[in-house]
Design a protein around this ligand. Structure first.
Ligand SMILES: NC(=O)c1ccc[n+]([C@@H]2O[C@H](COP(=O)([O-])OP(=O)(O)OC[C@H]3O[C@@H](n4cnc5c(N)ncnc54)[C@H](OP(=O)(O)O)[C@@H]3O)[C@@H](O)[C@H]2O)c1
Length: 212
């Protein structure tokens, strides 16, 4: 397993937790510092992963960025940053694993999107543009890699109790939010289906946010 983000201390401590939980179990855990907006850093991360494990069964594109702001006040830099982390980062990581997954004739890609990637919402113009983009990109990718035995799934959570949500929505009652562990379990489900199953999309909402 490889954990990647820019903050080394956070991925190191997550890796230590995984090692502890697996105590005696199979497989190693690597923490690799990587900015997903950098093609060179993504290439280096994938190269190191292959050198260590020789294969890539699952890619989870979870890195994300959201700063809420009305479109009238949105700067082009903010829009570009949201597109860069959420959409370009997903593209770069997918592209980097494709040669290996194609060679294997198997692989699962899980792109973490958002309910904001399915419906317009207030103050999320940049984030929605990026996340809608990830869904379209994922559908195109699925068609292209179907002959290679690769599955692509978009997981679209509603509000989750993480730093992103609490920073953008201070003072919100956190008991109304989805626990991150629930989303992690959905991602594992999507990533571990058999080769004959394709799950294009899973949407998850907290009970209080059910609306159609
Ligand atoms: N929280 C929600 O309500 C919610 C709802 C729907 C969907 N989502 C999606 O769920 C995913 C996880 O979000 P979260 O809520 O856990 O957000 P978060 O608390 O802000 O965490 C974001 C994660 O992305 C990493 N990251 C950000 N920019 C990166 C970059 N350029 N390169 C590599 N890693 C980067 C961060 O690590 P570093 O800063 O160390 O790089 C951090 O681990 C995102 O895709 C988000 O859009 C969240």
């Amino acid at each position: 397993m490889v954990l990647a983000a820019r903050s080394v201390s956070e991925i190191e401590s997550a890796a230590a937790e995984v090692r502890q939980r697996r105590a005696g179990g199979a497989g190693g855990v690597l923490a690799i510092a990587c900015d997903v907006t950098s093609e060179a850093q993504v290439a280096a991360m994938i190269e190191r992963t292959i050198a260590e494990y020789g294969r890539i069964d699952v890619l989870v594109n979870n890195a994300g960025y959201s700063k809420q702001c009305p479109i009238a006040d949105l700067s082009v830099e903010e829009l570009r940053l949201a597109l860069d982390v959420n959409l370009v980062g997903t593209f770069l990581c997918c592209k980097a694993v494709l040669p290996t997954m194609k060679r294997q004739g198997s692989g699962r890609i899980v792109n973490v999107v958002s309910g904001a990637g399915k419906r317009g919402s207030l103050r999320r113009g940049a984030y929605a543009a990026a996340k809608f983009g990830v869904i379209g990109f994922s559908q195109c990718l699925q068609l292209e890699v179907k002959p290679d035995g690769i599955g692509v799934c978009c997981v679209c959570p509603g509000p989750v109790d993480t730093l992103m949500r609490t920073t953008n929505n201070p003072g919100e009652d956190r008991r109304t939010l989805l626990p991150p562990e629930e989303i992690a379990e959905v991602i594992v489900f999507a990533a571990t289906r058999g080769p004959l199953t394709v799950i294009p999309e899973i949407e998850v909402r907290p009970r209080g946010f059910v609306a159609f």
